[in-house]
Design a binder for this molecule. Structure first.
Ligand SMILES: Cc1cc2nc3c(=O)[nH]c(=O)nc-3n(C[C@H](O)[C@H](O)[C@H](O)COP(=O)(O)OP(=O)(O)OC[C@H]3O[C@@H](n4cnc5c(N)ncnc54)[C@H](O)[C@@H]3O)c2cc1C
Length: 591
């Protein structure tokens, strides 16, 4: 398996489409420049395609091992992690006050895509820590931040997210884990958490669990959830490690994929915990981490689509089978490389056109995270917050679905050789499968989009966002050079706007119908908005010539002709299919 980080595309989107000055004009990013970004991406690409990709296969075969109450990561993981922290990858977007580099989220997200492409299991050990760092930085007291965060940035302590319990998955209000106040202001945490990624391992000296629990007497449901920091080893005031806390690993899961990532059941047996933020406001604080993780899970799908594409493209050039339709590349040969089969080209371009469009969407979202966190312009911050809120469920769900469709399609290009282990394509499919499930299933993301992000302030923003695109496309409507892009994008956008109105009406009059359409609506939204981004990308290069730009135009055209038309069917299904869904009751379904 090979991987070349798509640095050219990343730099193109940043420098030529977005314009790096939109980042460097933000307070704190004045020192960032194109050379620095390129140098960091080159290093990330090198590290990922050598160190991380090399141990990915063995990680899958060996898996994480649970022995004598502790988890051991597969061979090579410790060495790679040591290099990872020595090279400073744990502090890219962390605060310089904690030893971080204070670089943009946009750069962090590029790195996340690169690492996710080459070794998702390894990424999970780092990505939960990254989210935990930002949550603690956002919500904890100064004392806790000073004591814990430098070690997290250094990479010697890691973090986890402990939400799920056997009876409490999507619905966190059902949690049973209890917190009992101690006389010294700390809490005694008791309960069992399951499916905790990186819940135990041998990569770091300490593990900081972020645990949601209900304080004695707190209201039922999500209004009574508080958030606690529960270290594996208690930390003394001087930052040294103290005694072992009462949190123990009971087992790890045996899974379809990401086998090198330890998915743990943790027992909290009266463990000492520190309240983060206010009592009963734990879920709101937790969302800081969950939103970061949702985007990074989306980037995982994007990265895995990219590596799947690259390997399928290579294989399609090497594998000779059947004669290609005329004109053949070489009439003297008994068979041609399968890349000359239009069907193979179509499958490859379907991945590529979606990946490049999705990457543009990801860049735009990351820019808005940076604006939201750094800008001093209040109106710009408010818009950026709304944009990020609107895009987060879309990126999580659409990109992870894209990861599945891309890895399956790339596996198909390998034929039977993709089904067997040799080329690593079946591992990609297995490793990718978790992305639509964890971090809030894709169904739950769709409901978040429809029920929360289309309503209230974000809903008002969403309408303005779509209207702005409509104006933008109208401005380019008479440009014949762009007609093959603008017309389909404008038609899809019109349909999205109409369907949004229909979904909003249903939310008021018939919520079940709106919810029944949520996943389809999310796909319609994503495919359409990516089409709009594609138009804007092509407009930005209209005076440029050369192979890279010519191919961009052709890939954009492919997206409009071969991918976007699905939106017409989705819009029809949402509106015309609602009755068929409502028509069958649960009794009939189960009868
Ligand atoms: C490998 C792995 C790693 C994980 N890592 C972590 C971790 O680090 N920390 C952590 O806390 N958890 C973690 N999880 C848990 C993961 O986030 C949950 O599995 C996920 O949120 C779904 O919960 P559930 O499995 O209980 O499914 P359920 O909640 O039981 O859902 C089952 C099905 O019902 C659907 N459904 C449920 N409610 C609704 C609804 N309101 N509307 C529409 N459909 C609905 C779901 O979409 C799903 O298809 C991990 C899980 C796995 C497998």
């Amino acid at each position: 398996m090979k991987y070349d980080a798509p640095i050219q595309d990343m730099l193109f989107l940043l420098n030529e489409w977005i314009g790096i000055d939109r980042l460097t004009s933000l307070p704190g990013y004045e020192e960032v420049d194109a050379d620095l970004v390129e140098a960091i991406l080159e290093e990330a690409g090198k590290f990922a395609s050598t160190e991380l990709l090399t141990i990915n296969r063995e990680g899958d075969e060996h898996g994480a091992v649970f022995e004598d109450g502790s988890v051991r990561t597969p061979p090579g993981f410790k060495e790679a992690y040591t290099q990872f922290i020595e090279n400073g990858w744990t502090g890219i977007d962390a605060d310089p006050d904690h030893g971080g580099q204070g670089l943009p989220t946009l750069l962090q997200n590029f790195i996340d895509e690169i690492i996710g492409a080459t070794n998702v299991s390894f990424k999970l050990y780092c990505e939960l820590s990254h989210g935990a760092y930002h949550l603690i930085d956002h919500a904890a007291s100064d004392e806790i931040r000073e004591l814990y965060l430098p070690k997290m940035v250094e990479g010697t302590w890691s973090g986890t997210m402990c939400l799920t319990e056997p009876q409490c998955g999507t619905d966190l209000g059902l949690l049973n884990t209890k917190a009992e106040a101690n006389s010294d202001g700390t809490y005694k945490i008791s309960g069992a958490k399951i499916f905790v990624s990186s819940g135990d391992h041998d990569l770091t000296e300490n593990i900081l669990h972020l645990v949601i629990a209900r304080i004695d007497g707190a209201p039922a449901g999500t209004r009574g959830i508080s958030l606690f920091l529960v270290p594996k080893f208690l930390v003394n005031d001087d930052g040294s490690l103290g005694e072992r806390n009462e949190v123990h690993t009971a087992s790890i899961e045996h899974k379809m994929g990401i086998r090198a990532s330890a998915t743990c059941t943790l027992n909290f047996d009266g463990a000492k915990g520190y309240l983060i933020g206010e009592e009963n406001r734990g879920l709101a604080a937790m969302f800081k981490m969950m939103n970061i993780e949702r985007i990074t899970v989306g980037l995982q799908g994007l990265g895995m689509s990219e590596i799947a594409y690259q390997n399928a493209l290579d294989y399609a050039q090497e594998r000779t089978q059947s004669k290609a339709p005329a004109p053949r590349p070489d009439d003297s040969k008994p068979a041609d490389p399968i890349i000359f089969q239009p069907e193979m080209q179509r499958q490859l371009l379907t991945i590529r056109s979606q990946v490049e469009g999705a990457r543009a969407m990801a860049v735009y979202a990351a820019l808005n995270v940076d604006i939201m966190e750094r800008s001093t312009d209040e109106a710009a911050v408010a818009d950026a917050q709304n944009l990020v809120a609107l895009f987060t469920p879309v990126i999580k769900a659409h990109f992870s679905d894209l990861g599945m469709s891309s890895t399956l399609s790339a596996q198909q290009i390998f034929g039977g050789h993709g089904y067997v282990r040799e080329h690593g394509m079946e591992q990609l499919v297995r490793d990718c499968r978790i992305a639509p499930i964890y971090e809030g299933t894709n169904e739950v993301q769709a409901i978040d989009l429809v029920a929360r992000k289309l309503t209230g302030k974000t809903g008002e923003f969403a309408s303005r966002f779509m209207d702005d695109w409509q104006k933008y496309l109208a401005e380019h409507a008479n440009d014949e050079d762009l007609a093959t892009l603008v017309r389909p994008a404008a038609a899809a956008l019109q349909s999205l706007i109409e369907t949004t109105g229909w979904v909003r009406d249903k939310l008021q009059s018939d919520e079940a119908t709106a919810r029944g359409a949520a996943s389809q609506y999310l796909r319609l939204f994503a495919l359409t908005i990516i089409a709009c981004f594609w138009v804007q990308v092509i407009v930005s290069i209209r005076d440029k010539s050369g192979a890279f730009y010519d191919m961009k135009r052709k890939v954009a055209h492919f997206y409009m002709q071969q991918v976007l038309p699905e939106t017409a069917a989705i819009a029809t299904t949402i509106v015309n299919g609602a009755e068929a869904l409502a028509n069958i009751s649960v009794d009939e379904l189960t009868g």
